[in-house]
Design a protein around this ligand. Structure first.
Ligand SMILES: NC(=O)c1ccc[n+]([C@@H]2O[C@H](COP(=O)([O-])OP(=O)(O)OC[C@H]3O[C@@H](n4cnc5c(N)ncnc54)[C@H](OP(=O)(O)O)[C@@H]3O)[C@@H](O)[C@H]2O)c1
Length: 272
């Protein structure tokens, strides 16, 4: 199989202002990709300064595009601006995302609706917007940030896990449809990772089983998954065993009960 070269590729990375998207953007720049970095308008200056840093540091072209992906207009604008800044797009990295921890009925509905919009609807829309260009060129890669949460229902982060199950199913299905056009859709499935997204996550029993991952390590795993063009990639054999194998061998209800127990903030419950 021929190596997938990053040098000279044109990539769009959402969620590029923070966490794993920021780390992955640096790795792509280091390997010679030109980049459109996307994040929310409130991060515009930070994003612009990061784009300058990557351009100067690695001799690539890097542009900042501040758009709200929760809005249909923002998604369309990202496509239009990317096509104005670069001749085409080889790689789309869908990394923007939101998280919420807590009981489904206690978390505000508006927060959960926004989470679905950004994690699922925006990712689906961007795939739909960018795929025609890739199909026409008979070349392209889409890397979607899914999660280990995609493989089982997860109480205490029910909506988040459901959005990632959506991402997983969509990615694996569309992958089959577009492979004949030379386009590969892949997912990276990180475990819980020490990024701003997880700033407020409590110390859960689950982290005794699988410790938190570091964003730089997950970005490196994401780059490797993108280059190999794998359908999905769960970093670390322990995570693979816990999330990909065990749920397949166990009764569905058992999986849901175990994930409820391991993801529960028991200390808080005891404090009342
Ligand atoms: N951290 C984990 O434990 C973990 C585990 C598995 C999978 N993931 C997934 O990995 C991806 C990256 O997560 P992370 O942990 O690196 O998170 P992060 O540091 O919080 O970064 C999230 C990114 O998404 C952007 N974003 C959020 N809402 C947006 C919107 N409406 N429009 C445009 N951009 C928006 C943020 O932009 P601003 O900076 O402008 O807000 C930020 O750049 C997410 O899809 C997440 O679900 C995370």
């Amino acid at each position: 199989m021929r190596r997938y070269e990053i040098r000279g590729r044109k990539a769009v990375v959402t969620g590029a202002s923070s966490g794993m998207g920021k780390e992955l953007s640096r790795l792509l720049a280091k390997e010679g990709a030109d980049l459109v970095l996307a994040a929310l308008p409130r991060e515009k200056e930070i994003l612009e300064s990061y784009a300058r840093e990557l351009s100067e540091g690695y001799g690539v072209k890097a542009y900042a595009v501040a758009v709200d992906l929760a809005e249909g207009e923002g998604r369309r604008e990202l496509l239009d601006r990317a096509m104005a800044l670069m001749p085409h797009v080889d790689i789309l990295v869908n990394c923007a995302g939101l998280y919420a921890y807590g009981d489904f009925h206690e978390l505000p509905l508006q927060q959960q609706e926004l989470l679905v919009e950004v994690n699922s609807t925006a990712l689906m829309s961007l795939m739909h917007l960018f795929l025609p260009g890739m199909i026409a060129r008979r070349d392209g890669r889409i890397l979607n940030f899914s999660s280990t949460a995609a493989f089982q229902p997860t109480a205490n982060e029910a909506v988040y896990a459901a959005t990632k199950a959506f991402v997983q199913s969509l990615s694996e299905a569309v992958r089959q449809e577009v492979r004949k056009y030379g386009v590969k859709v892949c997912t990276i499935n990180p475990p819980t990772t020490r990024t701003p997204m997880m700033r407020d996550i409590p110390d859960l029993p689950f982290f005794k089983l699988v410790p938190l991952a570091e964003p730089a390590d997950m970005a490196a795993a994401a780059l490797a998954a993108l280059k190999r063009g794998r359908a999905f990639h769960i970093p670390d054999a322990r995570n693979y065993f816990v999330h990909a194998l065990l749920p397949r061998l166990s009764a569905r209800e058992t999986v849901a009960v175990v994930s409820y127990v391991l993801m529960r903030d028991w200390k808080k419950r005891r404090r009342g």
